[in-house]
Design a protein around this ligand. Structure first.
Ligand code: NAD
Length: 270
């Protein structure tokens, strides 16, 4: 349950980054939330100058722990990196602040230890590799299709500054396809491969092809082949606003959750 009446108090880590700035603007514009802390390692200076909107005199700060101790918060939204996010989430959980982690690339062991910490401190948390509601639906529809069409390949396309590959979304999609299949995919011949890697990298027997190009943001196409038919399920995030409905949903609902939850499925489908 939310911890008090009134607006949820939100801190943002990675606030000077692309996702962090969009999140700060979204929190500032929402009547349900109050932005109480904005942290980035590039910290310093009025937040309003960085965001280009009125930020009620908030300053961008450099140290998350100090900021959280000073102002407190109900929720921490985390958009830094795979290495900094677990450290920040740990800081939040130990202070009874619910982390909503958007930074991608966290491995299973890290998620397991965050789940244990969440339980120990009786504080919920979320790891959400994709906040776009359309992307979550794309994954769900792919899971449905895999029951009947076991031969699938994923093409995920992102901007050229994305650090991890393949994307967390594509790996999760492959896992969902693998567990929904009623029969294994048709074996494919290997003999004629002339360039190593040209068939993508297989995750749970689903080839994933990662494209990195300037001009792209976040896109994924899941293709299913059957006898004389191809089904293509595609999602495009065209700007960072596409992630913000999901961010708002998770911030407002994280305190309703029991423990540490991965993805938005529970909020969208249960
Ligand atoms: P970015 O490089 O623009 O922003 C990251 C920011 O974090 C930078 O301003 C950087 O200074 C700051 N930072 C890094 N380490 C820090 C630390 N230790 N302490 C404080 N600040 C630190 O990157 P971005 O495009 O905003 O993406 C951020 C993360 O979000 C990436 O992991 C990306 O893959 C992920 N992402 C997730 C979603 C989603 O829907 N979950 C969508 C897009 C991007």
């Amino acid at each position: 349950m939310p911890r008090g009446e009134g607006r949820l108090r939100v801190a943002v880590a990675g606030a000077a980054g692309r996702m962090g700035k969009e999140t700060c603007r979204t929190i500032l514009a929402s009547p349900d939330f109050e932005l109480v802390l904005a942290v980035d390692r590039s910290g310093g200076g009025p937040l309003g100058d960085i965001l280009g909107v009125d930020s009620h005199g908030l300053m961008l700060e450099g140290k998350l722990g100090e900021g959280l101790d000073r102002v407190g918060a109900d929720v921490l939204v985390e958009f830094t990196s795979a290495s900094a996010a677990p450290v920040h989430a740990e800081m939040a959980l130990k202070r009874g602040i619910a982390p909503v982690i958007g930074a991608t690339g966290l491995d299973k062991d890290t998620l397991r230890s965050l789940a244990a910490l969440s339980k120990e401190h009786g504080t919920p948390g979320m790891y959400v590799p994709n906040f776009a509601i359309g992307a979550v639906l794309m994954m769900k529809f792919s899971e449905m299709a895999a029951r009947w069409l076991p031969d699938a390949e994923i093409v995920e396309m992102h901007h050229d500054r994305k650090e991890d590959a393949p994307s967390g979304t594509s790996m999760r999609t492959a896992e969902m396809i693998a567990s929904a299949r009623k029969q294994p995919p048709t074996p494919k011949p290997r003999a004629a491969i002339k360039v190593e890697g040209v068939r993508g990298g297989a995750h749970h027997e689903v080839p994933i092809h990662s494209v990195r190009l300037p001009g792209l943001l976040a896109h994924q196409q899941v293709m299913f082949g059957g006898q004389g038919e191809v089904l293509t399920i595609r999602h495009d995030s065209l700007d960072r606003g596409s992630f913000m409905e999901g961010v708002k949903l998770c911030v407002s609902k994280v305190w309703d959750l029991d423990g540490f939850v991965i993805g938005m499925d529970r909020l969208l489908f249960e």
